[in-house]
Design a protein around this ligand. Structure first.
Ligand code: HEM
Length: 450
């Protein structure tokens, strides 16, 4: 059985119907031909967008000339009250400075240091699932809890049960319920002359979240100054000097970054882990192999044990391919371009779509099928290099990509080793894209302790 895929829309629909579909779900608003096209243009009275699916053109935009294709201001519109001037939203010199300070915290050596905190979060997740007892579980809520726990433990050395962490987590959930339409603001930009209003409760919630994060950050700044700060990601980032100017982040700047680490780092990982667990539940053979790799980790895995999780890693890769948590990204052309003999005017939106690239019928063999073995083949390796970008690519690649590729397989293996997973009859999840790719009615699984 093929993993679930949303139905595509008919080739031609009116603009209003398109906007309605968009509001409902970014994925099913797209026509099926995008799974075969190298490039497509959307022309409406307000804007022109070009979806780019050809690997060479994707490279041009993301890797070769990223500064010519900055993030569009509109993309962040819905998120700005929460994220301020975080690295996710900035461009140009400011963005470069932020990456110079943040990137060292996510390098390989640091991942080794954060590993024990990830293992502790995995153990806590298994214990929470055990405590639930038998019956169907909505697993996205559980993976969301686990991923939030990973972020707080690695960033601030506190578990999700910590008073402030728990409040941030709860407030974020409510925020995302009210503000789930990053896609709408980003992909269907309204004319610039229309002011954008953020709902009052959205702004109030953003302020509440930022107040909590400010508390954590200010306390940490004080601990750093007193010389008693724990050696975690927050301390690392807050003490790293920009190699060009010698400056560090101020507390206010750090608050913006913590907000994005939390948002970008927990929704995405939670979504990928939930889909990966669903894929295991529906593919018992793969599940048995992942469970065996998880069991071989033993009770106190070390960073070196990660290399044992080979099949688990490929399963997680397949989950990121079939259900990329960030399904599409938008850039803006700062000057007129020519793509595949087409004029791309200055100001046009360039849409890069991991969702379509990862299921492209001219690039992948059996694009909609689940096949973790594909990465061991030459064709699979080529696709991995040319048609796989769950973390984006180029200098603006996800800062947490390495982190997520440790966290995901680790938690997947730990959970599969502890429970036998089965799908719940009549509850096949339907992927929809809001902020990340989630299932419309959740992802339901039966968990039986092994
Ligand atoms: C499976 C998990 C994850 C996926 C699939 C993912 C995916 C992505 C993608 C596609 C982007 C680029 C967005 C764009 O250019 O529009 C991005 C950016 C980013 N991600 Fe992740 N991410 C994941 C986990 C994480 C984690 C764990 C962290 C941090 C702890 C993180 C932090 C960031 C940040 C800070 C950016 C902005 C980078 C920039 O614009 O320079 N992500 N992520």
């Amino acid at each position: 059985m093929k993993p679930p895929k949303p139905a595509a829309r008919a080739d031609k629909v009116s603009l209003w119907r398109y906007l309605r579909l968009f509001r409902a779900d970014l994925l099913s608003a797209q026509p099926a031909r995008l799974y075969r096209a190298w490039m497509a243009e959307f022309r409406t009275p307000f804007f022109r967008s070009f979806l780019v699916n050809q690997p060479g053109l994707v490279d041009e935009v993301l890797k070769r000339r990223p500064m010519d294709f900055p993030k569009s201001d509109r993309v962040g519109e819905g998120l700005r009250p929460l994220l301020g001037e975080s690295v996710f939203l900035t461009n140009g010199a400011r963005w470069q400075r932020q990456r110079r300070i943040i990137d060292p915290a996510f390098e390989g050596g640091r991942l080794r240091d954060t590993f024990p905190a990830m293992v502790a979060a995995g153990q806590a997740a298994v214990a929470r699932l055990r405590a639930r007892g038998p019956g169907a579980v909505e697993i996205e809520a559980e993976t969301s809890h686990a991923a939030a726990d990973v972020i707080f433990r690695t960033l601030f050395s506190i578990p999700i049960e910590h008073e402030v962490a728990a409040q941030v987590f709860a407030q974020f959930r409510a925020y995302q319920r009210n503000q789930p339409i990053l896609n709408l603001a980003a992909f269907v930009p309204l004319p610039r002359f229309l002011p954008r209003f953020h709902r009052r409760d959205t702004r109030a919630r953003a302020r509440a979240i930022r107040a909590l994060i400010t508390r954590l950050t200010a306390e940490r700044m004080a601990a750093i100054e007193a010389g008693c700060a724990p050696d975690d990601l927050a301390t690392k980032i807050m003490t790293t000097r920009d190699p060009q100017t010698g400056e560090t982040f101020s507390t206010a700047e750090m608050v913006d970054q913590v907000a994005i680490f939390f948002l970008a780092g927990h929704e995405t990982s939670a979504s990928a882990l939930a889909w990966a667990l669903y894929l295991l539940a529906t593919h018992p053979e793969a599940q048995a192999r992942v469970a065996a790799e998880g069991a071989a980790l033993g009770g106190a895995p070390g960073f070196g044990d990660l290399s044992k999780l080979r099949h688990t890693r490929d399963v997680f890769r397949e989950a990121l391919r079939l259900y990329p948590p960030v399904p599409m990204m938008v850039r803006e052309a700062t000057k007129a371009e020519r793509f595949r003999d087409r004029e791309v005017p200055k100001g046009a939106q360039i849409v890069l779509s991991p969702w379509h690239l990862h299921r492209h019928e001219r690039l992948w063999e059996d694009p909609d099928g689940f096949d973790p073995g594909r990465y061991a083949t030459e064709a699979g390796q080529k696709c991995l290099r040319e048609a796989y970008m769950p973390f984006s690519a180029g200098p603006r690649v996800c800062t947490g990509a390495g982190f997520a590729m440790v966290e995901g397989p680790l938690l997947l293996a730990m959970i599969a080793a502890a429970f036998e997973l089965r799908p719940v009859a009549g509850r096949e999840p339907v992927p929809v894209a809001h902020l990340t790719v989630r299932a419309a009615e959740g992802i339901w699984l039966e968990l039986a302790p092994r």
